[in-house]
Design a protein around this ligand. Structure first.
Ligand code: CO
Length: 467
């Protein structure tokens, strides 16, 4: 077993522009647009080292695809966090230089907003006319999609207040609105669910509810009728912050609560299960009469956050595998407030995508993700997987190749939900560089690859922007 995936956590400080990448295979003529990827790229700052994969300084990467050619460019996001690092000043809490490698401390930083500095290294989105890099503090950073130059932190033209949001807003193709939540942390913490119409910087509140013990949620679900917040048992007690000056986070909520916010009326209902899980990524949520099917990748507990400390990732023995997870369906009976659940696909994977343009909050069949080789025997994500919810798993895997999130691009006039291409950036550990891989989403057969002359560090999420 190889440990070569560790090269994906090496710093990349070289900022380059390559007008035409070397291409193997044939890029389809119809594919014309830009894939922008976001992720951490620098963990070593002068004499300090950042401790966690989620903490590295944000770098944007873009692949422009047109007429069968691919160009590449990368740039650091120019934020207060980035400038503080350049100055050698450890101003922001994501520079977790303290030796306390503690899961709860890590999440407490996210909760209290002390991990600010606008190091927006998680995903790519859009606010009004600007493309933005996003993280969990509510400070999206706008950038120019042609040059990747940072424009600045977007200020909203409303009065909503809060310290925590998600880097995974949902976009409704029919209403042309993005949905997200904003948590205002305090003695009583309030989840404010809002929508942001196309072209607007004014967030419109839909509904809100307060809680004594807010939960850490990386994403949420959106069905046709509801915004669904799946509150894992990992919660924070704000009272301890007021008394002791620091928040106390623990698994002391029994089971899992689902908060269902009616998208039109703003009313909030709750459902509950004694099952306890942890997860990052919701895949989809679909109304079924008075029930909701909520599909999410879940881990048995939140230890996975601990696993993503660089120290763990870089020093773990080769036989230690990626933490086990599964795609699970929670069926919420809305009037009864009860929840049942079952395994949809028993295969460890992360960074899931579907054909969101066609299927978000609607019936769907196919999930694409970065997976862990069959039976979970690999130490890191090393496979592109496709889950067919009607049955069956397809895989793309090659020795020493480590693919990230696969982004689905529909073929114009495509005939089916999966009639399109997957775009994913793959680390080639032997060559010590990376390439953009194009797969046929129907069967994961390889169409082409376009090689970057250096490595692209493992990132999180990206977006495809049509030309
Ligand atoms: Co994410």
């Amino acid at each position: 077993m190889t440990a070569d995936y560790k090269k994906g956590f090496a710093d990349q400080t070289k900022v380059i522009t390559v007008p035409s990448l070397e291409v193997e295979g044939v890029i389809p003529d119809w594919l014309s647009g830009t894939l922008v990827r976001n992720g951490p790229a620098r963990f070593h700052l002068n004499d300090k080292t950042l401790n966690h994969w989620f903490d590295g300084l944000a770098m944007l990467h873009k692949f422009d695809i047109a007429d069968g050619h691919v160009s590449y460019a990368n740039k650091f996001l120019d934020t207060p966090a980035f400038r503080a690092a350049k100055d050698g000043k450890m101003k922001y809490a994501e520079f977790a230089t303290d030796p306390c490698r503690n899961l709860f401390k890590r999440i407490a930083q996210i909760f209290t907003g002390s991990a600010s500095g606008a190091n927006a290294n998680v995903s790519i989105g859009r606010v009004a006319d600007e493309f933005v890099a996003q993280t969990e503090s509510p400070m999206p950073v706008a950038f120019d999609k042609y040059t990747l130059k940072t424009i600045g932190i977007v200020s909203y033209s409303d009065k909503l207040k809060g310290q925590l949001t998600t880097a995974h807003p949902h976009y409704d193709q029919d209403s042309h609105e993005a949905f997200n939540y904003l948590l205002n942390f305090g003695f009583k913490s309030t989840y404010q669910i809002y929508k942001l119409p196309d072209g607007s910087k004014r967030r419109q509140p839909i509904g809100s509810y307060s809680t004594d013990r807010p939960s850490y949620m990386h994403s949420f679900g959106l069905s046709q009728n509801y915004v669904i917040l799946m509150e894992f048992p990992l919660v924070v007690n704000p009272l301890s912050m007021l008394i002791r000056g620091k928040p106390f986070i623990a698994n002391y909520q029994r089971g899992t609560r689902f908060s269902l916010v009616d998208r039109r009326r703003g009313e909030v209902q709750y459902a509950h299960t004694d099952e306890a899980w942890f997860g990052f990524h919701h895949v989809n949520a679909v109304d079924r009469e008075s029930k909701i099917d909520l599909d999410i990748i879940v881990y048995p507990n939140a230890d996975v956050v601990q696993h993503f400390y660089l120290n763990s990732l870089l020093n773990k023995p080769d036989h230690e595998t990626y933490p086990k997870n599964e795609l699970r369906r929670f069926t919420i009976d809305v009037p009864a407030g009860t929840v049942s659940s079952r395994t949809l696909v028993d295969y460890s994977a992360e960074l899931p995508r579907i054909n969101y343009e066609q299927c978000n909050s609607k019936t769907y069949q196919h999930v694409y993700a970065s997976g862990v080789a069959k039976k979970g025997e690999s130490p890191f994500l090393d496979t592109v997987v496709k889950f067919d919810l009607a049955g069956g798993v397809k895989e793309w895997r090659q020795h020493g190749q480590y693919p990230g999130e696969p982004v689905y691009v529909a073929r114009p006039d495509g005939q089916s939900e999966d009639d399109g291409i997957l775009l994913t950036v793959v680390l080639d550990a032997d060559a010590n560089n990376s390439y953009l891989l194009l797969l046929d989403a129907r069967d994961l057969s390889e169409i082409a690859r376009a090689r970057v002359p250096q490595h692209v560090p493992f990132g999180f999420h990206g977006a495809y922007i049509r030309s």
